[in-house]
Design a protein around this ligand. Structure first.
Ligand code: BEZ
Length: 235
């Protein structure tokens, strides 16, 4: 990448930047093809590399679980389409890893040899690599709004359990108008009112709907696991 090149960075709460791309599953228009469902757009540094292979096998194995939460997956690297196809075929035909084998990556993998999309989405971080995208993850909601962004360096494989946890937590926050505390998982208490809104006096909250207040600014309530999962996995 040229020095001093302006790199744009999408921001949480803004429309996901639009692009058209060629992928292993045909052409896509992002985010318009994904309206009505959540999408996780993620970049990886390079095909035929070990960390990325472990990630793709893991993500492909979880694709149905994400689909049940109304979330589609879209990968990207600055490699070309034929490299992508050859790599995904190698994964399916040759790699057995941690009990995963015969893994077929059915979600689209974008070819981005011009780095157009990678630059638009701030996936290029020249301090880390000027020729490869870092491991970026963009959560885009059904309206095409960027809701969360997570970045990892080249050497660090992502935690897909955390990506799923974050997805369900955001869907829960939307469905119940709440926020989720540290390390939240379905079945744990949620925070009311949601972070960022005005505090509601402790004495007006307590006693209602299983509400527990730790102080005037910190109240939680119970939502049982089945209620959460029946709501977000049904949508
Ligand atoms: C990997 O996926 O193993 C990898 C890719 C690029 C740089 C370092 C590691």
């Amino acid at each position: 990448m040229e020095e001093n090149q302006v790199i744009s960075m999408p921001r949480i709460g803004e429309n996901a930047p639009e692009f058209k791309a060629v992928t292993t599953q045909g052409n896509i228009n992002f985010p318009s093809d994904y309206k009505g469902s959540w999408a996780i757009l993620f970049s990886h540094p390079a095909d035929f590399t070990p960390v990325c292979t472990s990630e793709f096998m893991t993500f492909a194995s979880l694709e149905t679980k994400f689909a049940e939460a109304n979330c589609k997956l879209v990968g990207l690297s600055v490699d070309g389409l034929y490299s992508h196809i050859a790599w995904l075929r190698t994964i399916k035909e040759k790699i057995e890893y941690k009990g995963m084998k015969d893994v077929e990556v059915k979600f689209p993998l974008i070819e981005d040899i011009t780095m157009e999309v990678a630059k638009k989405y701030g996936m290029m971080m020249p301090g880390e690599s000027s020729t490869k995208a870092v491991r970026a993850v963009f959560f885009v909601d059904p309206k095409g709004i960027i809701r969360a962004i997570i970045y990892y360096p080249l050497s660090l494989g992502r935690n897909f359990d955390e990506l799923y946890r974050a997805l369900i937590a955001m869907q829960t926050a939307d469905a119940f108008s709440v926020a989720t505390p540290a390390d939240w998982r379905p079945g744990d208490d949620v925070i009311v009112p949601p972070a960022g809104s005005c505090g509601v006096a402790k004495d007006r909250m307590e006693g209602k709907e299983d509400i527990k207040c730790y102080d005037w600014f910190f109240c939680t309530k119970k939502i049982d696991k089945d209620t959460v999962l029946n709501t977000v996995l049904k949508k």
